[in-house]
Design a protein around this ligand. Structure first.
Ligand SMILES: Nc1ncnc2c1ncn2[C@@H]1O[C@H](COP(=O)(O)OP(=O)(O)O[C@H]2O[C@H](CO)[C@@H](O)[C@H](O)[C@H]2O)[C@@H](O)[C@H]1O
Length: 660
């Protein structure tokens, strides 16, 4: 029972006041177990006690050599974990930076744990260098999601954990008194409260935790995350205190690896922060301005992942003092609006921009689709002149940089792009729990059944041969809804059905409702956010339309292709990278395309591409089937993206951290 006793000692009941940090470093000891190695096929497990000590140099974890637990003891320790809910998770991972190969028998398929019943699964790719990774994000599916950010932060961490990394995801514990609150039901209060000095006072936040799919899901709890509406706003628009809510998130995320003894062991200082979009962008600034000057996190690194450059967390300059940053760091966040952007003559345009702060201070920057080298032309001597394309290149241009292009260009040497993957277990037409019929590349017959089921569900005429077009996405300027609105009267003259699912801008929501009553037999506009319907539209439609103005990666077209739903997309960013144009007349219809990309972004070129798609669907059945199958067999797994992330991690640790 020694094991049980030790396991109980890891409970964190600390209440830490950050304003004391780092001057009052008393010694706090945390102990827990981490395995030394694990053998495939359910062999013996050898465990050693790890001691985490907090001292003048920060936090240190080291193995307690006297404490290796012998074979056979592990079941006692695990039952101790189950009985005592104060012990948080149980990790079978090596220390960060270990170059030990782990023979894991965790069988994680597409982000889901699978029961193996002792049957050995396929060998999963493992990395040789493991890191302690801390994702910081405003959304992570299935707990919270308004769009693609939630999808990525819900599945990439699982893919990285499956490769051997120790991964924590820090996001807010949103509650809005609706059934969605139950998604947080598996997360328990860690009883670790910290005090954050910001906004002219001290804010206390708590941490909740769930260990699922080999990932530590950590939820920051504060009353400002508990309110009706969506994650960022309600019918009155964006919440006025979003700067406050995400400042708390960032401070709490910096503390989480230091104070939370997850699985009996804190992540410690040598971790890699992967911060997503503006909501998490204060983290690299805090590392540089608040922690490193005191010798804390000096071996940590941060990577900024940009999913949406249009949202930057810009607020009046006077709010700088709210962040809890030293005054001399103002320059990192300083932002001056251009003259034409100012509202009146006395407006000096002075502001703070949180995303800019991360672009300045992060060790590396990532976007979510790759850089492509294309031949722009040949020189007179016949040598090719290369040109960069892709979203990570677009953001360095005036058109795509949202005012940050020059700054991003200046950091080109640390700027990379990795195309997103998708959760292939959730998005699988052969097993999707949200659709009424299943199908696969080997038997497509279920697809038309999905279509007629969708037509029935939406009250549209049931016409199996009528081309059905779908749109799923946020009703936002980015997504080109204005173009769809412009083209709809013409499109509705054709023999097609069109279904849109989305929420966002009230003007477009109203238009969708109005279009539905105008075109009763052809158009349906589902206003709201509904994951099940999004799956049924993806499966039931023949064509997915995405006329995005810009698109860092885009996930809906990837889901569509996996379901044999052919995308018609504006040729931009990640859409250009992921959809290969099909030409019916090339190689007698057997060209390698997976959809259609159109350019320029105009009603005419979008309608032309849609009509080519509709014509191919109606008149060239075998070419259409070829298109569907090519799209369905693409590799969408997170695993190849995860291995590219590891390359970026390696580069991040090769260079010294940002100090300022
Ligand atoms: N009303 C609704 N009901 C149900 N589901 C809905 C919905 N509206 C949207 N969704 C879902 O939200 C996700 C949208 O993801 P996208 O990547 O297409 O766009 P988004 O702009 O949100 O993401 C940003 O981040 C991602 C991730 O990096 C980038 O791919 C993208 O280019 C960038 O703009 C999909 O899973 C879609 O099904």
């Amino acid at each position: 029972m020694e094991a049980l006793k030790v396991a109980r000692m890891v409970t964190c009941k600390s209440s830490r006041n950050l304003s004391e940090f780092p001057l009052n470093l008393g010694v706090v000891k945390q102990v827990g177990f981490a395995p030394l190695w694990r053998r495939r096929g359910g062999g013996s497990v050898s465990l050693r006690r790890w001691v985490t000590e907090k001292n003048q140099d920060g936090f240190n974890s080291f193995p307690d050599e006297s404490s290796t637990v012998e074979k056979g003891m592990e079941s006692e320790i695990i039952s101790g974990t189950e009985e005592d809910d104060s012990v948080i998770g149980f990790h079978l991972l090596p220390q960060s930076g270990n170059k030990e190969i782990i023979n894991s028998n965790d069988n994680v398929v597409g982000g889901r744990e699978e029961e193996t019943d002792g049957v050995q699964g396929e060998e999963k790719p493992q990395t040789r260098v493991t890191h302690n990774i801390v994702f910081v994000t405003a959304e992570a599916a299935p707990y919270s999601k308004t769009g693609g950010l939630g999808d990525v932060c819900g599945s990439l961490p699982i893919a990285l954990a499956a490769r051997g990394h120790r991964v924590m995801v820090v996001s807010p514990r949103y509650l809005n008194d609706s059934p969605s609150d139950k998604t947080f039901g598996g997360a328990f209060d860690v009883e670790c409260h910290i005090k954050i000095p910001c906004f002219g006072g001290v804010q206390e936040v708590a941490f909740f935790h769930e260990y699922r799919a080999c990932v530590d899901w950590v939820f920051v709890d504060h009353p400002s995350y508990h309110r009706p509406g969506s994650l960022y706003g309600d019918s009155g628009g964006a919440f006025g205190d979003n700067q406050f809510r995400f400042t708390l998130l960032c401070h709490a995320a910096c503390e989480a690896p230091l104070v939370l003894p997850l699985g009996g062991l804190s992540y410690g200082e040598k971790c890699l922060f992967l911060v997503n979009d503006w909501h998490a962008s204060l983290v690299p600034v805090l590392l540089a301005a608040k922690y490193r000057p005191h010798g804390v996190f000096k071996d940590a690194r941060s990577i900024l992942a940009i999913h949406n450059l249009a949202h930057q967390g810009v607020e009046p300059a006077a709010t700088y003092m709210n962040f809890g940053l030293p005054p001399e760091w103002y320059g990192a966040l300083e932002w001056v609006f251009r003259t034409w952007e100012r509202t009146h003559d006395l407006d000096t345009g002075e502001a703070v921009n949180v995303l800019k702060g991360a672009i300045v201070t992060a060790d590396r920057i990532l976007t979510v689709s790759k850089v492509i080298n294309v031949i722009s032309r040949f020189t007179r001597r016949g040598s090719p002149l290369m040109k960069y394309q892709g979203y990570s290149w677009e953001i360095t241009t005036v058109e795509g940089g949202y005012g940050l292009n020059e700054l991003l260009s200046s950091r080109k040497s640390v700027l990379n792009g990795i195309t997103n993957g998708i959760d292939v277990a959730e998005w699988n037409p052969a097993s999707d729990v949200h659709i009424y019929f299943h199908y696969s590349i080997h038997d497509l017959s279920g697809k038309v059944q999905c279509k007629t089921a969708l037509q029935k569900e939406l009250g549209l005429p049931v016409k199996p041969d009528c081309p059905m077009i779908g749109f799923i996405g946020r009703l936002d300027y980015q997504k080109g809804i204005d173009l769809i609105r412009l083209a709809t009267p013409e499109l509705m003259q054709d023999d097609v059905q069109f279904v849109m699912l989305g929420s966002g801008d009230p003007e477009y929501e109203d238009w969708m409702r109005a279009a539905e009553s105008t075109y009763r037999d052809k158009f349906r506009g589902w206003v709201g956010f509904n994951v099940a319907i999004s799956h049924r539209i993806t499966a039931g439609c023949d064509i997915l339309l995405m006329p995005s103005r810009y698109e860092p990666c885009g996930l809906s077209q990837l889901y569509a292709m996996r379901y044999g739903t052919v995308p018609v997309v504006h040729c931009t960013g990640g859409l250009r990278d992921t959809v290969e144009n099909f030409n019916l007349y090339a190689q007698e219809g057997s060209s390698q395309g997976t959809g259609w990309t159109f350019s320029p972004l105009s009603k005419e070129s979008m309608l032309a591409a849609l009509r080519v798609a509709i014509g191919t669907y109606k008149e060239h059945k075998s070419s259409w089937e070829g298109l569907m199958k090519r799209a369905m067999e693409r590799d969408y797994t997170w695993d190849s993206a995860a291995s590219q992330y590891e390359q970026i991690f390696e580069w991040a640790f090769t260079d010294p951290p940002y100090i300022g």
